[in-house]
Design a protein. Structure first.
Length: 585
């Protein structure tokens, strides 16, 4: 059984990426517009990271690393109630697992006092006002894509009145939703984001970091732009849906003008948070979309909450922790992101591309082991029943640096049931009655007798071993068509095997145009639990150790449940793409 070609470049060894974002960064450095590169990755801690986030992480952290700059991890925690410290820890762990580390860990909530002062400045400058319209009225005044909006009747309040009302909003005097602070921009702007967007809302909700200190919370566009500016971010990289928000982002950065107003960020200096504000540039790129995947945190949460999966780290989930538990490698995921590239073009990447990247990395990095998942007993009758020997097997067929291991052999072994056929299909190269096959590393055996139970079910094969065909002897080169793997029955270790496959059985589970809810496309075959026999060297694996089980696939010792005395292995991916055939490709 062959694996992926070794001729392909190994993971991480490909050419330097040259996408449009890196070109902008290069130009900014060359022209002296920027002296150093500073980026950030700003997840909202309202769920665990998913495969889509891997693209944003690899881009922002990757660019910082490649150009000798730094990248912050910033938790965008401006939505109390939905956010949770458990997710914060998970996000940190997942970013590190992908192979990156941050310069500083920041929270948008670190800046609440600065945002507040900035809002007061905007009121004083006459470019923000307190509005009494409720959410529904605001919507009615906003206009549409084809019609301009109308000014709120509260738009022309005096600076003094606005300052008074905003201070009282901050003091908690008003009810949730009864007032907002809005930017005074242009209700007729073609870009609806510029029609006096809200900057602050009243929400009397306890915040996981700031407790009950704030009854008002900043809106995303305001908080995000100012957070970037405060951290001195040079290139703020985000996905295309923020393109229409860029004018507002720039408006916030320009109107607040942090670099020239140190009194606004003095609280950070006092709190020991180093601060050198700058004017960041937002650049948008297309999201990563993968077939057979869901990349909405809301839907991923639904899968967990409705019990469709066993948790956020279920190996069927395309969360980073799910992929990790499944056995996917950080290098394989980075390879995917590199292959997909960075552009402004929206597209859907075939899940097979991801599996291909994982296989490619695993082929290069996984030691080989033997395991039998559907066992049939094979007895070598011309060896003494108590015969035992230790064979030395190479751990990797293409890389000697993996060394060798001891594999115990005895005359009773397990082979895969499918490696024997009483009535062979056309082209069958493995064992048949009276036929020969090579027992990997042992020699050539001939099937002399097929033992069956009363129902005619094959229970055992009796074979003879050609002593001349054993390793190191002149007859060892004798050709037979097939080679099969085995595990010595006496030494085999019983293992649980979890056979995972794609969670959805259709390429676009999100597409509900067929009238079915997306959850109807969950693949019932995506998890099958079975048992198997392992050679001893596999059973002793550490959690998260990955192997190629020869001729079967790539497997990982389960991160949570595996123990050497009670092994549990997850199938990471089969050796070949089994979906292309089903799709008729
Ligand atoms: P969701 O819509 O599922 O809640 P989100 O995009 O809002 O996800 P955030 O936590 O706000 O999640 O995302 C953090 C960063 O990751 C953002 O800058 C966002 O642009 C980026 N990101 C999210 N999904 C993808 C994706 N599929 N491809 C690339 N980048 C993504
Ligand atoms: Mg978001």
């Amino acid at each position: 059984m062959s694996t992926d070609s070794a001729a392909k470049p190994a993971a991480d060894a490909t050419a330097e990426p040259r996408d449009f974002v890196r070109q902008i960064v290069r130009d900014d450095l060359a022209s002296g517009r920027q002296a150093a590169i500073r980026t950030r990755f700003p997840p909202e801690p309202n769920g665990y990271l998913h495969i889509g986030h891997a693209k944003a992480i690899c881009l922002s952290f990757g660019i910082a690393r490649e150009f000798g700059g730094w990248c912050n991890l910033r938790l965008d925690d401006t939505n109390p109630g939905k956010e949770n410290p458990e997710f914060v820890e998970g996000i940190k762990e997942d970013v590190r697992w992908l192979g990156y580390d941050w310069h500083e860990l920041r929270h948008a909530s670190d800046y609440f006092e600065v945002f507040y002062r900035a809002a007061v400045k905007l009121i004083e400058d006459g470019v923000a006002y307190v509005d009494d319209l409720d959410a529904e009225q605001v919507r009615a005044y906003r206009g549409t894509l084809t019609e301009p909006g109308r000014n709120s009747p509260f738009r022309d309040r005096s600076v003094a009145e606005n300052l008074d009302l905003f201070r009282r909003m901050r003091a908690g005097e008003f009810d949730d939703g009864s007032k907002t602070l809005r930017a005074k921009i242009d209700m007729a702007a073609g870009n609806i984001n510029l029609r006096d967007p809200a900057l602050y809302r009243i929400r009397k909700v306890t915040h996981q970091n700031t407790g009950d200190a704030w009854p008002i919370y900043p809106m995303y566009d305001f908080a995000h732009a100012l957070s970037d500016a405060l951290e001195g971010i040079t290139h703020s990289l985000c996905t295309l849906e923020f393109e229409d928000h860029r004018p507002l982002y720039d408006w916030c950065v320009d109107k607040v003008d942090l670099p020239n107003h140190p009194e606004l960020w003095q609280p950070l200096i006092d709190a020991g948070l180093p601060t050198t504000p700058a004017k960041p540039r937002q650049i948008e790129f297309s999201r990563l979309n993968l077939s057979y995947c869901i990349t909405s945190k809301r839907k991923l949460a639904q899968l967990v909450n409705e019990g469709h999966v066993d948790g956020w780290d279920d190996p069927r989930m395309n969360t980073l922790r799910g992929l990790r538990r499944r056995g996917f490698t950080p290098a394989g995921l980075r390879l995917l992101i590199e292959r997909v590239g960075i552009s402004k073009q929206n597209s859907v990447i075939d899940y097979a591309v991801l599996e291909g990247c994982i296989r490619e990395d695993l082929d290069a990095t996984s030691p080989r082991r033997m395991a039998v998942l559907d066992p049939l007993k094979l007895v070598v009758t011309n060896l003494p029943a108590d015969h035992e020997e230790t064979l030395a097997f190479a751990n990797h067929p293409k890389d000697e640096s993996f060394g060798t291991r001891d594999v115990p052999f005895s005359p009773q072994v397990w082979i895969e049931r499918e490696d024997f056929a009483e009535v062979p299909p056309k082209g069958f190269k493995r064992l048949i009655p009276g036929g020969e096959v090579r027992l990997r590393g042992v020699g050539i055996v001939k099937c002399e007798e097929v033992i069956k139970d009363a129902d005619g079910h094959v229970t055992e094969l009796h074979v003879t071993l050609d002593p001349e065909s054993r390793h190191g002897l002149p007859g060892a080169d004798r050709k037979v068509k097939g080679t099969i793997h085995w595990v010595s029955a006496k030494h085999a270790v019983d293992t649980e095997v979890r056979l995972y496959d794609r969670l959805f059985s259709v390429p676009a589970p999100d597409d509900e145009s067929d009238g079915q809810p997306w959850t109807a496309h969950i693949n019932p075959e995506a998890k099958r639990i079975t048992r198997g026999w392992l050679e001893p060297a596999a059973a002793g694996a550490a959690a998260e150790q990955r192997f190629q089980f020869e001729r079967i696939g790539y497997f990982v010792a389960d991160r949570v449940d595996h123990r050497p005395d009670a092994p549990v292995f997850n199938r990471i991916v089969t050796l070949r793409d089994t979906w292309a055939k089903q799709a008729g490709a």
